[in-house]
Ligand binder design. Structure first.
Ligand code: SAM
Length: 286
């Protein structure tokens, strides 16, 4: 099979299979030949690892993963791509394509059924951008037995995810990701690296999953509810944002902030993970 990042090859496959891109499914296929090998290398694909890919498209990244990993499972939602993948990945005996929605499938079951003999499991994907946050959160929250998540996302999302917690660029997603993992910015990818080119620049990031969270936040539900309340009104003072939406009473918010030694007029975006963890524990005691 000639290179799957070659525009002529892609056009030929599309024509023979009567395939056209779906904007709604976030279909921008990689045509820059240097990107997928780098993603596969930096995403932890090796002869002992299993790799779960979300959204293989016509299989350009899948093939690079298959060349390096022990086994690859790729989940694709678009049924029109299943016969395409049968053809493009036919030469790889270590690849399984599953037709389904990555947000609905039981990924823990897929991992235990397919990667039982792999030393480690990594997720590697050029994500459909319309579901970047829900996919990343589903992967992290469900505490899958994975060591890392390497994904291509919009540059803006990558910047937000990799911003230090406690900086203006951080958000609720930054905090959640830093709770479960250590995020790293890997490299940027220009719009011209895709067919069709998206309007925005992209970036590849890797989240190294923590075996245990680094911070003791007390009750996790309280922690995430606090983060949600705080960032939903991020420009307001914590005294106000924590009471909006009925998360805390004025009195409880004031007491928790005082007990955590945080000024009531501070904003959530100025708190680092340690301070957020302390505040969460004080709120949990209310
Ligand atoms: N990996 C290919 C590449 O790099 O060229 C394609 C990446 S494209 C940005 C995203 C892919 O995700 C598309 O093939 C799309 O059909 C698929 N997709 C969209 N939503 C999905 C979902 N909920 N579950 C699984 N795959 C999905």
């Amino acid at each position: 099979m000639s290179s799957l990042s070659d525009i002529g090859t892609i056009k030929d496959i599309m024509q023979r299979h009567g395939f056209s891109f779906s904007k709604g499914l976030g279909q921008n296929f990689l045509v820059n030949p240097s990107v997928c090998p780098r993603m596969a290398e930096m995403g932890g694909a090796n002869e002992r690892s299993g790799v779960l890919e979300i959204g293989p498209g016509i299989g350009v990244l899948t093939a690079e993963l298959a060349r390096r990993a022990k086994r690859v499972v790729a989940v694709e939602l678009d049924d029109r791509l299943i016969p395409v993948l049968d053809e493009t990945l036919g030469e790889y005996s270590n690849v399984k394509v599953i037709h389904g929605d990555a947000l609905k499938l039981d990924l823990a079951e897929i991992i235990s059924e397919n990667f039982y003999d792999c030393e480690s499991v990594a997720v590697c994907a050029n994500l459909p951008y319309y579901i970047t946050s829900p996919i990343i959160m589903a992967l992290l929250e469900s505490r899958l037995p994975i060591t890392s998540v390497t994904v291509m996302v919009q540059k803006e999302a990558a910047d937000r995810i990799c911003a230090p917690v406690g900086s203006r660029e951080s958000g609720a997603l930054t905090v959640a990701i830093n709770y479960y993992s250590e995020p790293h910015m890997l490299f940027r990818v220009s719009p011209g690296s895709f067919m069709p080119p998206p309007k925005v620049t992209s970036a590849v990031i890797r989240m190294d999953i923590l075996k245990e969270p680094k911070y003791d936040v007390g009750d996790e539900k309280t922690f995430f509810a606090m983060v949600k309340a705080g960032f939903s009104q991020r420009r307001k003072t914590l005294a106000n944002s924590l009471t909006s939406g009925g998360f805390l009473s004025k009195e409880d918010a004031a007491q928790a902030l005082a007990a955590a030694d945080i000024a009531p007029n501070a904003r959530i975006e100025s708190l680092d993970m340690q301070k957020l963890a302390v505040l969460s524990k004080k709120i949990g005691k209310k």
